[in-house]
Ligand binder design. Structure first.
Ligand SMILES: [Zn+2]
Ligand SMILES: [Zn+2]
Length: 266
C-alpha cells in the first residue's frame, strides 16, 4: 500500500521554505505517493503581521505554482490548500480567503497565543520562561478548541505544537485534550498527524500518542502531513505516523476535494 497523502507542504512564498511545488511533487512521485497537498502559510489581513508567510498579493502566484506542479506531474493527485492561522477575531478574514479560490481543504493551526507571540518561534523562546507551562498549554488548547468549533477548517494542524520546546506541564492535560477532541468530533474536523515534531526538540509526532488514542476513541478522523519545508522533507517519517495511527485503531485517513471529505483505507 502506498503512504497516505502528505497534506502539509510549504513553498518558498512563505520565506522559510525551499523547493518549488513541482520539485516537491517530483520527490513525492519518487517516493511512490499517489496524492499530496500544498498548504502554505496563508496571508494575514495585514502583510506586516509577521515575516513568515506569503503576502496577499502573492496568493494568485501560489495557486499558479500548484497548478504548474499538477501539469508537470499528471499522475500525482495534487490538492490546493492553505495552512491558516486561527486567531479569535480573524473569522471574517478566513471566510474571505475561503472564497478566493477553489481550495480542497484548510488546515487550521494555532501558532499565536496573542497577536505578538507565536509559541513555536525560536526567537520568542524567552516568552516561555516567563510563564508556567500549564498556563500556556491551557491557553493553547483553549484556542485550538475555538478553532475546531469555528467551522472554518477541515483539519486541525499539529495539535500539540506547545510541546515543541519541551516545556511540559506537570499536571494531567487529559481534560484539555478531551475538550478539544469533543469539539473536533462535533464540528466534523479531522486531526493531523504531523511528523515534523520528530525533527524538533520534542522528538515526537504532533500530536502525542495519548491524544491520537483519545481521538480514535472519540471517532475523530485523521490526515497526515510532513510539514515539509524542503523537497527532502516530503513524506518524512510517514512509516512512524502510520504505525501510530494503526496502533491507535485507525483504519482510514481523510481525502479532501473542494472541501468535501471522504475516507480512504490506510
Ligand atoms: Zn512554516
Ligand atoms: Zn504550522
Amino acid at each position: 500500500m502506498p503512504f497516505p497523502a502528505d497534506y502539509h507542504l510549504h513553498t518558498p512564498l512563505c520565506r522559510h521554505a525551499v523547493g518549488e511545488p513541482s520539485e516537491l511533487a517530483a520527490q513525492a512521485v519518487k517516493l511512490g505517493f499517489r496524492e499530496i497537498g500544498f498548504s502554505d502559510h496563508s496571508p494575514m489581513p495585514r502583510d506586516d503581521f509577521d515575516d513568515w508567510r506569503m503576502k496577499l498579493s502573492e496568493l494568485d502566484e501560489y495557486v499558479a505554482k500548484v497548478e504548474q506542479a499538477r501539469r508537470d506531474h499528471p499522475g500525482l493527485v495534487i490538492k490546493l490548500a492553505l495552512e491558516v492561522d486561527y486567531l479569535p477575531g480573524h473569522e471574517s478574514w478566513i471566510k474571505d480567503l475561503a472564497g478566493r479560490h477553489l481550495w480542497d481543504y484548510f488546515i487550521g493551526s494555532v501558532h499565536y497565543l496573542s497577536d505578538s507571540w507565536a509559541i513555536d518561534h525560536p526567537q520568542m523562546l524567552s516568552r516561555w520562561k516567563e510563564r508556567e507551562p500549564m498556563e500556556v498549554w491551557a491557553a493553547y488548547f483553549e484556542r485550538l478548541t475555538l478553532a475546531a468549533e469555528s467551522g472554518l477548517f477541515d483539519i486541525i494542524g499539529h495539535a500539540d505544537l506547545c510541546k515543541k520546546f519541551c516545556f511540559y506541564p506537570s499536571q494531567d492535560c487529559t481534560p484539555l485534550y478531551k475538550r478539544f477532541l469533543q469539539a473536533a468530533k462535533s464540528a466534523g474536523v479531522a486531526l493531523e498527524l504531523n511528523t515534523s515534531g520528530l525533527r524538533k526538540d520534542c522528538r515526537e509526532i504532533y500530536p502525542s500518542p495519548r491524544i491520537v488514542e483519545l481521538a480514535s476513541e472519540f471517532g475523530v478522523p485523521i490526515s497526515f502531513g510532513s510539514d515539509g519545508h524542503a523537497p527532502d522533507e516530503v513524506g518524512l517519517n510517514f512509516a512512524e505516523a502510520l504505525d501510530l495511527a494503526r496502533s491507535c485503531g485507525y483504519t482510514h485517513s481523510c481525502r479532501f476535494t473542494k472541501r468535501r471529505r471522504e475516507l480512504v483505507p490506510l
